[in-house]
Design a protein around this ligand. Structure first.
Ligand code: AMP
Length: 293
């Protein structure tokens, strides 16, 4: 895998006028700052690349834990995919390096942290805020699908907020680069579409479903098919048992959009470019894609 480089994060050394050769990153290239959070396989730190002063988030993963959980292949795929994506609503992966015990991912720093925490704090978002986020995610997913990348795990826990308040898709652990329809069961149950719950073939329209679930959760504070038992969530997803609570009050236009995304027949789900033209999005989403509160 090549090391991806940002203009300020260029990692090249030219050797006596010959073509520049890409050098590997090491821990010595960074000043390490405060911990930003803790994940399943390691820690994330604020860091500064010494030469450029570029601020990044350095994710440190323990090889032993990756091996134990048999996710090395998944991580490799995540790095391969995320390092090639360039979109304002997709967290950049600038590069990676490793030593004997650890793997380090050099990530774009998302200054405003986790969307999940924001949602917990607010319980639910205003229609303006929800529509702005949904539109920006639709644009990011249109970009991914154009590159034959299906995310397959869109949910609040995988979204970070940048310094301007813009959403960033941050986790490509379940994504695939594909030209074919897939059968793999992955993602988190609440966000899975019927075709993945039932393990039949699926394609990029799985992300339209998950975005519909996310839109619902933004507006109501809970995902639409939530149930005490896994088996009940399964049943509700497969039957598309979609109900809109009376509180909080949500406009009929928002409900119309959600109903057009949470459709069992994959080919009947509202295409993402059509979503961007839906009256609820047009009337509520900030054209800049940035929600400032
Ligand atoms: P993860 O291992 O990806 O689940 O990350 C653990 C925690 O670190 C997250 O829940 C965030 O709070 C924080 N974090 C991860 N990546 C970033 C980033 N790029 N910018 C800011 N905070 C981050």
């Amino acid at each position: 895998m090549a090391i991806a480089a940002e203009p300020q994060m260029e990692r090249k050394a030219s050797s006596d006028g010959a073509a520049a050769e890409t050098k590997r990153w090491t821990l010595n290239d960074f000043d390490i700052g405060k911990p930003l959070g803790r994940g399943k396989f390691g820690h994330v730190y604020l860091a500064r690349e010494k030469r450029s002063n570029h601020i990044v988030a350095l994710k440190v993963l323990f090889k032993s834990q990756l091996k134990q959980s048999q996710v090395e292949h998944q991580l490799r795929r995540e790095v391969e995919i995320q390092s090639h994506l360039r979109h304002p609503n997709i967290l950049r992966l600038y590069g990676y390096f490793y030593d004997q015990k650890r793997v380090y991912l050099i990530l774009e720093y998302a200054a405003k942290g986790e969307l999940y925490k924001e949602l917990q704090k607010c319980n639910y978002f205003s229609e303006r805020r929800a529509a702005t986020y949904v539109a920006s995610l639709a644009r990011a997913l249109i970009y991914c699908h154009g590159k034959h990348v299906i995310h397959r795990d869109i949910k609040p826990e995988n979204l970070l907020i940048g310094a301007q308040g813009e959403l960033k898709i941050a986790d490509f652990g379940w994504s695939v680069h594909t030209f074919n329809r897939r059968r793999t069961m992955c993602g988190t149950l609440d966000y899975l579409p019927p075709e993945m719950v039932e393990s039949v073939e699926h394609d990029a329209s799985v992300d339209i479903w998950s975005l519909g679930v996310l839109c619902y959760e933004f507006l109501y504070g809970i995902p639409p098919f939530e149930a005490k038992e896994h088996s009940d969530t399964y049943r509700r997803i497969v039957q598309v048992d979609l109900k809109f609570p009376s509180k909080p009050v949500v406009s009929s236009s928002a409900k119309d959009l959600i109903s057009q995304m949470l459709v069992k027949e994959t080919s009947q789900r509202l295409p993402l470019h059509k979503l961007l033209e839906h009256p609820w999005i047009v009337q509520n989403a900030e054209p800049s894609g940035v929600y400032r509160g």
